[in-house]
Design a protein around this ligand. Structure first.
Ligand code: URA
Length: 211
């Protein structure tokens, strides 16, 4: 039986081959994804930063630290989720993604999603959230509401033939600069856990963590 890990490895290998995506020329490494290829929960961020570009893995810098702590707080770990980005290469100086870049890179995200078939997609921040709310139509992203008004809402979407629960979350990097968002983030993550594992009920094993 071909397992998800092998299918994802094949896609990553293909992308690491002769495919010339925009931004590749500026980047050190492809940042494809990490976590459990069989996970029910997929986190989708925006794009790699410097640390991610250096290591070739998403969310390994300060934002990644926050994400790890928050997962832990609601009783989840990297083993319960898969993490990928809208863009597969770091934009120079971490500038915002351009529509042409999103159009060129997201077919690879869609390939990942079709393998993983997550029950829940958590879009992290504005870019990922607008991409999913626009059902992948990049030209309609600017018509979508921003993360502040939709975070923590559960929306069933039909995305590329898959029925997915979309739950937008504040971007973990935003928490670094705005600590008042921590509380919202924790509440939203409880919603994520409940929606992904309805039978678990509320989590009595929360640990105190400090950002
Ligand atoms: N921010 C993102 O959106 N993705 C990463 O991989 C790291 C930081």
């Amino acid at each position: 039986m071909v397992v998800n890990k092998e299918l994802l490895d094949e896609i990553e290998k293909e992308l690491n081959g002769d495919i010339n995506l925009p931004l590749k020329e500026f980047a050190t490494n492809l940042v494809f994804g990490k976590g459990n290829p069989d996970a029910d929960i997929l986190f989708v961020g925006e794009a790699a930063g410097r640390n991610e570009d250096e290591q070739g893995l998403p969310f390994v810098g300060a934002a990644g630290n926050n994400l790890d702590k928050l997962l832990e707080k609601v009783g989840l770990s990297l083993n319960d989720v898969y993490i990928a980005n809208i863009l597969k290469y770091r934009p120079p100086e971490n500038r915002d993604p351009l529509p042409e870049e999103i159009k060129a890179h997201t077919p690879w995200l869609i390939k990942q999603i079709k393998v993983i078939k997550p029950k829940v997609v958590c879009s992290l921040g504005n870019y990922a959230t607008k991409f999913f709310l626009a059902l992948g139509d990049v030209d309609k992203m600017n018509l979508q509401p921003g993360i502040t008004s939709v975070h923590g809402n559960v929306k069933m979407i039909d995305f590329e033939g898959l029925k997915i629960k979309l739950i937008p979350l504040f971007h973990p990097a935003a928490i670094i600069y705005n600590r008042s968002l921590i509380e919202s983030w924790e509440k939203d993550m409880e919603i994520v856990r409940r929606e992904a594992y309805p039978s678990l009920g509320s989590n009595g094993t929360k640990k105190e963590i400090l950002f």
